[in-house]
Ligand binder design. Structure first.
Ligand SMILES: Nc1nc2c(c(=O)[nH]1)N(C=O)[C@@H](CNc1ccc(C(=O)N[C@@H](CCC(=O)O)C(=O)O)cc1)CN2
Length: 460
């Protein structure tokens, strides 16, 4: 599986074997991008790593005796011939500290690729093992530094495509989602405990039982609210696909360039200039958007143009929003209009657009700002409102589990209302607890863990 952490990292991750995983190995990886830079960081983690690294560090004693969270300056040396390979700063974390909670060292090195290659090869030669995707974070998770929602947040934070999704991921890393789920679990446990007491004792031994139904209803609302935040998290996290479509010469390429604020697509008066589609990333009011300029729609006997039009149609199918551009100077009989289409009239400098319609002039730039905000508004349409303190999720896995839990709670509520025996109610509540346990990583199957961590970068 290709690492999805960043655009520069080229590694393919090998799946961690979760069933037989142990933390005995000392692992290492480049934590910064595989690209030339001023400085680069190589991370090493595992008990005994300072002793092992002493073999190739100019000041082995200083490394071994360093207190937690201190820096040691020195040289990485090739133990075989005594040659210095780089001048570095080693940040030392002792057992129970640092990101992984294992003894670990981070070398800040010079960022030359051949230099880094030498250091990585040396670490391998002295018996350290190259880390697999997400392995540092997996160890942090195993040692209890974070739960699974926080581990997922690490990846989401690294990959954030917009300021808003970056802030939401950081909040989850700080434990906002974990805490929200803990609170829900606690409520469920209170209800379950009350039910268990009823089940354990004969009815005549206890006072009349009043089922804490409102508590369960609150739990259900909280779970549904969290699950529905996914649409917001996905929009700001993964962004949307917006396709500019319309007849040839409607001015799509001019509009594309204006929206991007750069001359990206070729513009000409000749119909059918854009034959294949062009894509570029931009953002509208903080929503990351991949914008597509497409071949104009018309009947064409030209095989290349016809292929371009076929691609346009495919892009329209996959789009979150189609901005359908109409030339105001041409009377067009019919045009796309459905709930994912925004019809926009171009060439407002030459002809009047219908009353109340969105109109722009890709020639003069008039109406572009209004169009950009209309696009953002359409993309946000129908999303739940999320206040400042609202936890927003970005992972489909989490949404599915939250919905499973909320459905189990709904069934429990329905059963109570029908006066069905309490042991059946308890089973539904148990199911909700199970889904939440999978969410936070207490009872997550190994293959799921494998899937989650393997999407991470090796250095993460
Ligand atoms: N150099 C470096 N920078 C980094 C990381 C890292 O691993 N190394 N991180 C990770 O990828 C992030 C920060 N995460 C970290 C989390 C905890 C600790 C740590 O040492 N905690 C202390 C307690 C600190 C406190 O009390 O505030 C400890 O465990 O003793 C370090 C980094 C981002 N920046």
């Amino acid at each position: 599986m290709r690492c999805s952490c960043c655009k520069v990292c080229r590694h393919y991750s090998i799946l961690l074997d979760m069933e037989s995983y142990n933390t005995d190995d000392i692992i290492y990886a480049l934590a910064t991008a595989w690209a030339q830079s001023a400085l680069a960081v190589i991370r090493v983690s595992g008990e005994g790593c300072r002793k092992a690294l002493g073999e190739c560090f100019s000041r082995p004693k200083a490394l071994l005796q360093a207190k937690n969270a201190t820096l040691v300056h020195g040289f990485i040396t090739d133990g075989q011939n005594g040659e210095n390979l780089d001048e570095v700063v080693a940040a030392v974390y002792t057992h129970g500290h640092g990101y992984t909670l294992e003894e670990s060292v981070e070398f800040t090195c010079h960022g030359s690729l051949p230099g880094l290659q030498k250091l990585l090869a040396l670490f391998k030669r002295i018996g350290l093992r190259p880390a697999q995707g997400g392995e540092f974070t997996f160890r942090a998770f195993l040692h209890g530094r974070m739960d699974l929602t926080q581990a997922e947040a690490v990846q989401e934070l690294v990959a954030a495509q917009s300021p808003r999704s970056q802030a939401m991921a950081l909040s989850r890393l700080e434990g906002s989602l974990k805490d929200r789920i803990s609170a829900v679990k606690e409520d469920l446990l209170v209800v379950l405990a009350a039910v268990e007491v009823q089940l354990d004792y004969a009815e005549d031994e206890l006072d009349e039982f009043v089922f804490p139904l409102s508590r369960l209803q609150e739990v259900e609302i909280a779970l549904e609210r969290l699950a529905s935040s996914y649409s917001v998290g996905r929009l700001y996290g993964q962004g949307a696909r917006v396709v500019l479509a319309g007849a040839t010469n409607a001015g799509k390429s001019s509009l594309f360039n204006l929206l991007l604020k750069q001359q990206r697509s070729i513009v000409s008066a000749t119909k059918g200039t854009t034959r294949d589609y062009i894509e570029a990333d931009c953002s509208f009011e903080g929503i990351p958007v991949r914008l597509y300029d497409t071949a104009g729609l018309r009947e064409s006997s030209d095989t290349i143009e016809a292929e371009g039009i076929k691609r346009t149609e495919q892009l329209i199918d996959q789009a979150d929003l189609v901005v359908y551009l109409v030339d105001s100077t041409e009377v067009q009989q019919s045009y796309r209009s459905d709930d994912k289409t925004l019809v926009v009239f171009n060439k407002s400098d030459l002809a009047k657009a219908p009353q109340g319609s969105l109109s722009v002039s890709a020639q003069s730039g008039e109406g572009i700002a209004a169009l950009a905000s209309a696009i953002a508004k359409r993309l946000r349409q129908g999303l739940p409102t999320t206040g400042e303190d609202q936890v927003v999720i970005e992972s489909e896995r989490q949404k599915v589990l939250l919905l499973q839990a909320s459905e189990a709670v709904q069934r429990a509520i329905a059963l109570v209302e029908l006066d069905i025996p309490l042991d059946i109610v308890a089973a539904e509540l148990g199911e909700a607890m199970q889904s939440l346990g999978e969410l936070t990583g207490e009872v997550t199957p190994a293959d799921i863990l494998q899937k989650i961590f393997s999407g991470f970068c090796v250095g993460k």
